[in-house]
Write a protein that binds this ligand. Structure first.
Ligand code: TXA
Ligand code: MG
Length: 356
């Protein structure tokens, strides 16, 4: 299949004329990749089981991993869910449209092909003007996982999507680089106490400020113990993974940089192509000699964590592209946005963490 790429001229104010063909493809049961404020999504009609199946095939994704249904306005929620709990209403009022996915009990209208066989459905209302208007024009809820091949880092540019999915989907809407760079926060409101299933730009601190008690699914913080299953099935995979073997180093900045130098030297002496992920504030802690031998990338500014979130997946993909064998990466404090950053880095490293 030939994939058509449509470049949106003014990404803040897309014209309907630029989105109508995408909307038609979705209505006809085809696949369209599109930008959102978090990462690029791979969309299909959420109410069409056959269309949802195509998503799993294009991504190479296990079909027990449920999809998020994206809507453009609040009126579109009621037909998808069995009930709208008070907690959900508060969340919607505060954070929709935006980078927050809410888990509801599903209605009969939502096929099990979309929810991976679950009786619940994940719903999100993106604020990105291209995503939001495309969904409105399609007139159907749009099931959309991140638009990457399963297991690869999520795409934050249309080029990333192109690398993974060209030839496998009908269209890519190119809206330039996304804003946030990490997937949405997921909150389950079907139980007594709301539960955070995946951290994102709407932080745990923000959720607790709004709702009071919020529990955290153990899969968010630690490796899964045998026999324990994360509530978001997708959290069990070694997700967001670069091809290289990655180690995360945690500690005070100077000790951390010293340990990364040691590990990187060792790796280089074993003949491995070695990558180091640092930050603007820590770059100067690495000696010139090492800068010449290893591939260095700064992920952004520690004091502005949104820059780290924004660049995280692009840096991992870049290391894939240049073919490094080993990556050593600095860790971050696990508060506020740092919780989402560390959640993704820990998964990318397959839980390989060195503490100094
Ligand atoms: O920011 C985002 O959420 C992006 C953009 C495209 O909107 N989408 C995204 O989708 O990250 P995906 O498929 O990569 O991640 C969806 C996560 C998976 O971990 C999945 O297991 C979980 O949501 N999920 C979906 N439906 C669920 C449900 N009913 N119960 C629990 N977890 C669910
Ligand atoms: Mg994903």
């Amino acid at each position: 299949m030939e994939t058509k790429r449509v470049v949106i001229k003014d990404v803040k104010h897309p014209r309907d004329g630029e989105l109508l063909e995408a909307a038609q493809i979705l209505r006809d049961g085809g696949l369209v990749a599109f930008p959102t404020e978090t990462v690029y999504g791979l969309g299909a009609n959420a109410l069409n089981e056959e269309a949802a199946k195509k998503i799993y095939a294009a991504k190479g994704r296990p079909s027990d991993n449920p999809l998020i249904a994206h809507i453009s306005g609040e009126k579109e929620l009621a037909p998808l869910v069995a009930e709208i709990p008070e907690t959900a209403k508060k969340l919607m009022k505060a954070y929709w449209p935006g980078p927050l996915t809410i888990i509801f009990r599903k209605s009969d209208k939502v096929p099990y092909g979309t929810t991976g066989g679950l009786d619940t459905v994940a719903v999100r209302m993106p604020s990105d003007p291209i995503a939001n208007r495309m969904i409105a024009l399609a007139g159907v809820p749009v099931a959309a996982p991140s638009a990457n091949t399963s297991g690869r880092p999520s795409p934050t540019t249309a080029d990333h999507v192109w690398e993974d999915l060209s030839g496998k989907i009908e269209m890519i809407l190119d809206g330039g680089p996304v804003g946030i760079g990490l997937e949405s926060t997921i909150v389950d409101v079907t139980g007594e106490v709301p539960m955070l299933l995946r951290p994102g730009a709407i932080t745990l601190e923000m959720l607790r400020e709004l709702l009071g008690q919020v529990d955290v699914d153990p899969a968010v913080t630690g490796p899964m113990s045998p026999g324990i299953h994360p509530k978001a099935p997708g959290m069990k995979y070694r997700h967001y993974a670069p091809k290289a073997d990655m180690t995360l180093v945690e500690g005070g900045t100077e000790a951390m940089a010293a340990e990364i130098c040691r590990l990187a030297q060792e790796s280089i002496s074993q003949g491995k192509k070695t990558g180091v992920i640092c930050t603007e504030e820590t770059r100067h802690l690495y000696p010139e000699s090492l800068l010449g031998q290893a591939q260095f990338r700064s992920m952004g500014v520690r004091a502005k964590e949104e820059t780290i979130a924004h660049n995280l997946y692009a840096v991992l993909r870049e290391f894939d592209d240049i073919g490094v064998d080993r990556i050593f990466c600095e860790a971050f404090p696990e508060t506020e946005l740092g919780q989402a950053i560390m959640n993704r880095l820990i998964k990318a490293a397959g839980h390989k963490i060195v503490k100094v």
